[in-house]
Design a protein around this ligand. Structure first.
Ligand SMILES: [Fe+2]
Length: 285
């Protein structure tokens, strides 16, 4: 059978693409899968609309992209499919079934706080409110490549301290003692080389990056502010307004994201899978 090319539509000037006429499942043709992987590497974010898939298909498709991680927040894993982390404001018997409720969730890189951060996340929309709750993405490859020379010299070869605890104290709930032990603050390079494409991206985010290592506090705060202002310029940001059935796959080595709040009177439920990098190319980066 001849290999057909997917029809795509770019989502912004520099990154992101919607792929048309595709149904995600655990049994994709190998040519289609190769094309999806190439587009994922090229665009950083892929949007698949009108999926109407179940948990088996979501997990099955995710597995084709890499080994899956069971998220450290065990309280919000799906009961029958623990590879799925639930993001939701729904309560059952007074207990939240998912993470992040209905408030603002600040800019972050998923898993920047782990020694072997995930390569990707796939978020699938099951139930959404009529307004709000959009997710914004920043293209950190373009943000790095267009960085003014003076700033580039200040980040190349340097490290920053990443804190999951900092993120949770602002946007989520505290981790348990065991979870806290698994997620101590960690130093990571400020510039990350992509494990597959080799392209460089800024690796920092307002929600989790608390300091630049090896320089004094004031200088660090000042430099971080300049870098955050730069990365959040309009030209690097894409806003995604969700429809039910959207699957959004992002590259966690070169994009960060945030969510705007929504009216808690409406229910929102998203399923997320977390895709690990290939074993031989995870760290160092
Ligand atoms: Fe996230």
């Amino acid at each position: 059978m001849l290999n057909k090319s997917f029809k795509i539509r770019p989502l912004s000037d520099t990154f992101g693409a919607e792929i048309y006429d595709i149904k995600l499942s655990g049994e994709m043709a190998s040519e289609d899968l190769a094309q999806i992987k190439a587009l994922w590497n090229r665009y950083g974010i892929l949007l698949f609309r009108e999926q109407d898939i179940g948990k088996d298909e979501l997990v099955g498709f995710s597995r084709l992209l890499g080994s899956l991680e069971t998220h450290v927040r065990s309280e919000w894993l799906n009961e029958t499919h623990p590879e799925i982390l639930q993001i939701s404001n729904i309560n059952v018997d007074g207990k939240p079934v998912g993470a992040l409720a209905d408030g603002e969730v600040g800019w972050h890189y998923d898993q920047i706080y782990l020694p072997r951060p995930a390569l990707g996340s796939l978020l699938y929309s099951v139930k959404i409110p009529p307004d709000g709750g959009s997710t914004f993405f920043a293209d950190m490859t373009s943000a790095y490549e267009r960085l003014p020379r003076a700033l580039k010299d200040m980040v190349d070869g340097h490290q920053a301290i990443q804190s999951y605890d900092n993120f949770n104290s602002m946007y989520s709930t505290k981790t348990s003692g065991k979870q806290t032990n698994l997620t101590p603050n960690i130093a990571q390079p400020l510039v990350r080389t992509h494990p597959v494409t080799g392209r460089k991206a800024l690796y920092l985010c307002p929600g989790m990056t608390i300091a630049i290592a090896g320089i004094d506090e004031t200088e660090s705060a000042d430099l971080l502010e300049q870098l955050f202002d730069w990365t959040l310029k309009k030209e690097f940001v894409y806003k995604h307004k969700w429809n039910v059935g959207d699957g959004l796959l992002w590259d966690n080595a070169c994009t960060m994201h945030r969510r705007e709040p929504f009216d808690g009177g409406y229910e929102r439920l998203m399923y997320r899978t977390t895709i690990l990098p290939p074993n031989d190319r995870s760290v160092p980066f």
